[in-house]
Ligand binder design. Structure first.
Ligand code: ASP
Ligand code: MG
Length: 439
């Protein structure tokens, strides 16, 4: 069995949905589970809608629903070609929108918000299922709410997912094609919840891991992970193979193609992930697996923006122990992850990308020493084989950025990454210069 996940743009228009049929048909011989995102833009619309209800702007909320409703009526009329097909899809859409219209700002809580946010994937999967039915292709629509579960900490329960997804699928033992929603799940209270924005990749990976499938395919609009950011650098190339660690670093540090968390279940259960392109079916994409194939070379460069650097300088740090623990505790208390760290004997610099609690954090850090903040920084992450016997590569990296004011360098944390922190205004130049020097 395989899991095939299609993102928001792949189901973004009736035309794009029709283009998925050859892909589905090509897999018809095997069992496969299709995971879909919401139609691109819909989750954003639902977020806006929830915000309007939360702000008690009921009139604006109802107007916002009108617009989305019209969009979907048009969508259905374009996608469906037969009268029964169109009527069935319209009846379903009507139901969803009646539900949305029924909310109002009285007692509007996060529970209601999450029900609203779930509708995007419920719509896309149901329309896709009905579209296949109209084309005479048999499929089963499974509700992710029957098996995708997170615990009190928001962590997915893979054992539960395995047991319940297996038993849902077993009810249709002759069926080859299953469809379910990405992103949505239930939480420990049994309420509708979600895996946070971009979480459909995570759903696909969790299901692939739980069901121990042969391969998790993530279908997008690009022919795999590229060796640099194609938005800023000309002549980037897709990477044929990455190991799980390389893929985790690249997706965390900026490569938008894969949700960073989705690497972990695949790695833990050793299920290969293949990134494929719906617009270029002959491209072989990127295969992510447990094998390491990129030896003695630099594999890719990625960048992550909106980074804030914090320096804490204190003579009390000199020869003291326990100092770093106290600093890290401040971030832990405010649930703020740290990305990069560098230290000297009297100072420590670190970076964060979540600044919600920055004022509180600074206030606490000031009790340890002088605190300096640099905003608008970018982490440039260079992924490759930086084992200790491979020293030449680090030199080439530093040479390539010799004209750029590098704020921090992190080397040696893992064997497959060097990270540089540069002001975002130098990011494109850094990406290009590294590209020219390294590839
Ligand atoms: N629809 C959700 C979002 O836009 C999940 C996803 O597309 O992966 O964030
Ligand atoms: Mg996505």
């Amino acid at each position: 069995m395989k899991v095939l996940k299609f993102g928001g743009t792949s189901v973004g228009s009736p035309e794009r949905i029709e283009q998925l049929l050859p892909i589905i048909r090509s897999q018809a011989a095997d069992k496969h589970l299709v995971v879909l995102s919401a139609v691109s833009g819909t989750t954003n619309d639902l977020v806006t809608l929830s915000e309007l209800y939360a702000k008690k702007e009921d009139k604006a909320a109802q107007k916002h629903i009108d617009i989305l409703y019209d969009k979907y009526k048009k969508f259905v009329k374009e996608l469906f070609r037969t009268e029964p097909g169109t009527l069935e899809a319209l009846a379903f859409i009507d139901n969803v929108f009646q539900l949305l219209y029924k909310f109002d700002s009285t007692n509007f809580t996060t529970t209601e918000e999450r029900i609203i946010l779930a509708q995007g994937e419920i719509i896309s999967t149901t329309l896709f299922h009905l579209h296949l039915k109209e084309k005479g292709i048999s499929s089963v629509l499974l509700s992710a709410l029957d098996f995708m579960l997170i615990d009190k900490e928001g962590e997915p329960d893979v054992e539960y997912i395995r047991e319940h997804a297996t038993s849902e699928m077993a009810k249709f033992s002759d069926e080859k094609l299953f469809i379910t929603q990405g992103y949505i799940c239930r939480n420990a209270q049994g309420e509708i919840d979600n895996l946070r924005r971009g979480g459909s990749d995570y759903t696909a990976s969790l299901l692939g891991a739980a069901l121990q499938v042969e391969e998790i395919q993530i279908w997008t609009d690009i022919d795999g992970f590229h060796n640099n950011d194609p938005r800023y650098v000309p002549n980037t190339k897709p990477i044929a193979h990455l190991n799980f660690d390389e893929a985790a670093e690249l997706s965390y540090f900026g490569a938008k193609i894969l949700h960073p968390q989705s690497v972990f279940p695949a790695r833990k259960y050793n299920v290969p992930v293949r990134l494929l392109d719906t617009m270029n079916l002959s491209a072989s994409g990127t295969l992510i697996s447990g094998e390491t194939k990129n030896l003695n070379q630099i594999v890719a460069i990625a960048a992550k923006d909106n980074i804030t650097a914090i320096r804490i300088q204190s003579s009390r740090m000199l020869m003291a122990y326990g100092f770093l623990r106290k600093i890290f505790e401040v971030f832990e208390v405010h649930k703020t992850p740290i990305d990069m760290i560098t230290t000297s004997e009297v100072a420590v610099s670190l970076t964060i990308d979540q600044t919600e609690f920055l004022p509180e954090i600074i206030k606490k850090l000031e009790s340890f020493g002088t605190v300096d903040i640099d905003n608008e920084q970018s982490i440039i992450c260079i992924v490759g084989d930086f084992k200790k016997n491979n020293h030449g590569l680090a030199t080439i990296v530093s040479e390539a950025v010799k004209h750029i004011p590098v704020r921090m360098i992190s080397y040696g944390g893992s064997e497959n990454n060097i990270s540089l922190l540069v002001p975002t205004s130098y990011k494109i130049e850094a990406l290009r210069s590294l590209h020219n020097r390294l590839f």
